[in-house]
Design a protein around this ligand. Structure first.
Ligand SMILES: [Zn+2]
Length: 154
């Protein structure tokens, strides 16, 4: 039984959604995005779960992806980790955290990111780089230009 992110709930046919694991917070999200789709999803036999996100948050903090993940994303990740089931998501940050934990994941739309990456700060002036501990942009210690958060191959 796969764990499905909201993109799957929006785009997959009902037959494919059947039996999937989802979180209650996703249903709230889906109601805002597409009330019609929410009604359809509620009529399908799926496993609805709620989960604390502590472990998911630590894992996402380790890869630097935490600031890019919503509370709903983190809960989906937490459910995937707790159940050991494959996570279907197109969110690169979720995929990145799964990859760092060797947790199985698949894409919703069959596009899968190939590479593990890390986040780094890169100076727009002198191109110096440093590891990004957070997503906060700072000034370069060498030349004083702004440093922007970029993806780097990890
Ligand atoms: Zn610089």
């Amino acid at each position: 039984m796969p764990v499905l992110d909201t993109a799957a709930l929006l785009h997959w046919p009902a037959e494919r959604l059947q039996g999937g694991i989802v979180t209650h917070s996703q249903l709230d999200e889906l109601r805002k995005l597409s009330p019609q789709r929410a009604m359809l999803v509620e009529s399908i036999e799926m496993e609805w779960m709620s989960m604390g996100t502590g472990d998911a948050e630590s894992a996402a903090a380790n890869t630097g992806d935490l600031p890019r993940l919503s509370p709903v994303d983190l809960e989906i990740l937490a459910v995937a980790l707790a159940t050991g089931q494959t996570l279907f998501t197109d969110d690169y940050s979720l995929q990145n955290v799964c990859r760092s934990l060797n947790h199985p994941f698949e894409s919703v739309s069959n596009k899968k990111s190939e590479q593990q990456w890390a986040w780094e700060l890169r100076c727009i002036g002198c191109r110096a780089t440093k590891k990004a501990d957070s997503q906060t942009e700072e000034e370069c210690e060498i030349c004083g230009s702004p440093m922007k958060v970029k993806r780097s191959r990890g």
